[in-house]
Design a protein around this ligand. Sequence first.
Ligand code: NAG
Ligand code: NAG
Ligand code: NAG
Ligand code: CU
Length: 380
Amino acid sequence: MAILSVAGRRIMTFVTLVLLLCSTSVFSVPTGSGGSTSTKPFGTCKKIWVRKEWRDLTLVDRFQYLLAMNCILSKPGRTPRSIWAGAKTRYDDLVATHINQTFEVHYVGHFLPFHRYYTWTIEKMLRDEAGYTGAFPYWDWHRDVGVGTPGLAASAIWDGILGFGGNGDYLPVPPEQAGFAVPGRTGGGCVKNGAFKNMVVNLGPGKDFTGNGARCLSRDFSPYFAGRYLAKNQTKVTLQAKNFYDFDVVVEGGPSFEASGVHGGGHYSIGGTLGIMGDLYVSPGDPAFWLHHANLDRVWWSWQKLNYPARLTDFGGPSCLMDYYVPGKTQACPNATLDQPLNLGYADMVKANVGVKVRDVMNILDMCYDYDVLLNPNTL
Ligand SMILES: *[C@@H]1O[C@H](CO)[C@@H](O)[C@H](O)[C@H]1NC(C)=O
Ligand SMILES: *[C@@H]1O[C@H](CO)[C@@H](O)[C@H](O)[C@H]1NC(C)=O
Ligand SMILES: *[C@@H]1O[C@H](CO)[C@@H](O)[C@H](O)[C@H]1NC(C)=O
Ligand SMILES: [Cu+2]
């Protein structure tokens, strides 16, 4: 115990040092993409960054990733307080833009493109503004969910020292949320260990931008929900979709818990009813969001690679919330196209004045990243 606490103090000193460097913007040297002569928003690639599973990162990279995340969680943001008083940090710039567009980027055709661009943006921010040089991590659900795995709650992702911290204490669902109890939920309280133990979620709950709802990072694990939607069988069904429209529908599922796909599967397994990841608006407030969304993006890229390059242009789905095509029903909006604009407001990391469209994010190699291992439905 004594040894641990000495080590703990050393880590604390290092954290303090990095945060100091972080706040003085030593790291604000752009790297990677962004060639000035290119008209493409992601420029020309100086290298391709290969994303890896969290547990395949070196211990040093894991440590540096958690430090870099803490860096953007503490450095001042760019959103004017006069616009959204609660958006205080660089990390809040990301969370705020997600809250602002909640009903424009979920249950629409451009859901996956938006979240691909969004996840690319935090990767770029961690590199250019917080000095991270390792691989960007994803969470391979199949290592923790299904027969022969440790199970969701025992995953090493949640390590209390070199990880994201675990579940919160069990709290009953208040009567007004009784209808939203995620089946099998086991927590709801604050995260008690790990790299984000003392984190404050400034924005939310829901679409509250004032900062008056500032609270701890909470989690509400549901191992049952993970078993239903994050095991290999669900991913297999997802990857068997014949076109993008069907793929998007099976990934997103419907808005009820019973109709979830792998997307909601990750959100509600970690966030349940009372955890940050379970809040549709403010879910990026939990740093575990990016691990889940990077894996979701890996599922999409795996699907695109199953019929490549044809699926680099296979895109469709509604442009407004839940406005899916149903035979005999008139859609309220036109379908989304490859020209659908994607916008990240004050969190944006591409060159100024270059609008990003869905077509720009269809090929991750244009965005200067790739994955080490892809999925195939025939081997799941
Ligand atoms: C996958 O298996 C789980 C656990 O047995 C089950 O609850 C779920 O319905 C299955 N999903 C599919 C798509 O077969
Ligand atoms: C939207 O796409 C669907 C599926 O491709 C198609 O059947 C439908 O006619 C399209 N709707 C509009 C408004 O173009
Ligand atoms: C919030 O979203 C609206 C609608 O998409 C957009 O017009 C506005 O610019 C966004 N605000 C900020 C500060 O990004
Ligand atoms: Cu989202």
